[in-house]
Unconditional design. Structure first.
Length: 275
């Protein structure tokens, strides 16, 4: 449910901040939350030599994925982007099959993945049928972000077998913040920033609720459970995202969006079904 409001919060925050700067501020807040968690849990945060390669690779993957999602939301609607990003369990199942022992694809998972992907095609097909391509670029960026999110979660699952989740999250954010700040200085130096209640709400929601609490909880779950099985709970994300977008942003709920949402949700459920 909380994740369903993330792209709406991004929309609000983008009113006053450009994508790179927004990502930097978001993960400063998120990292502060995680730092408190690891301090209370007495988790050592020093990066060991054998961990450096994995943590830097994860941070790079994380930075690219977050930027594509943030910028993609800027160019499309919050409801559409929430449905599209919710296809990431499709990619989790795919990459888990390739990279995680004991988490292989089954015929049922393939059926579910196909339905979820058809849900995305449904959104793109609606744009072509109606001749409305204004959201196409943003939709594609969010879809690539969903693919990278699936890969990142599977890689996180591998790393949590040897690195505490809190330490993993802290370095993931801390290593990406300087990159976001540098890219913002280079590409967004002339942007006119502004602050109002909507922008502040959007930043705090992304930073504390999602990048802090949400990431912490999800990473803990990844350590304890099979990666592809967790995806079933994301069935609710596109539903909440579309409803919240309609209520808070006044975005229309089209037939294509509803059809896509149903296909994505059913697909996620089938991928994670256990007889």
């Amino acid at each position: 449910m909380l994740w369903g409001g993330n792209n709406i919060a991004i929309k609000f925050a983008l009113i006053g901040f450009p994508p790179f700067a927004l990502a930097a501020v978001r993960f400063v807040l998120g990292s502060a939350f995680i730092l408190i968690w690891v301090y209370v849990s007495r988790v050592p945060i020093r990066m060991e030599s054998g961990e450096k390669q994995g943590l830097f690779q994860l941070a790079f993957l994380f930075a690219v994925q977050i930027y594509l999602m943030t910028a993609g939301v800027h160019y499309t609607l919050a409801g559409r982007s929430t449905v599209i990003i919710s296809t990431f369990p499709f990619f989790v199942a795919l990459f888990a099959h390739l990279l995680l022992p004991g988490d292989s694809l089954s015929p049922l998972k393939i059926v579910g993945m196909t339905l979820s992907f058809l849900g995305v095609i449904f959104i793109f097909a609606e744009s072509f049928v109606l001749g409305d391509f204004q959201y196409l670029f943003g939709d594609l960026m969010v879809l690539v972000s969903g693919c990278l999110l699936g890969l990142r979660l599977v890689y996180t699952k591998r790393l949590t077998q040897g690195i505490h989740p809190g330490k993993l999250l802290l370095w993931q954010g801390a290593l990406s913040i300087p990159a976001f700040l540098l890219l913002s200085l280079i590409f967004e130096g002339d942007h006119a920033y502004q602050l109002n209640s909507e922008v502040v709400f959007g930043i705090l929601y992304q930073g504390l609720v999602i990048a802090g609490f949400g990431f912490m909880l999800h990473t803990i779950l990844l350590k304890r459970f099979v990666a592809s099985k967790l995806g079933v709970f994301h069935f609710a994300t596109p539903i909440f995202g579309v409803v919240f977008s309609n209520i808070l942003l006044g975005e229309a709920i089209s037939i294509g969006l509803v059809g896509s949402m149903i296909l994505v949700g059913v697909g996620i459920t089938i991928v994670n079904y256990k007889s």
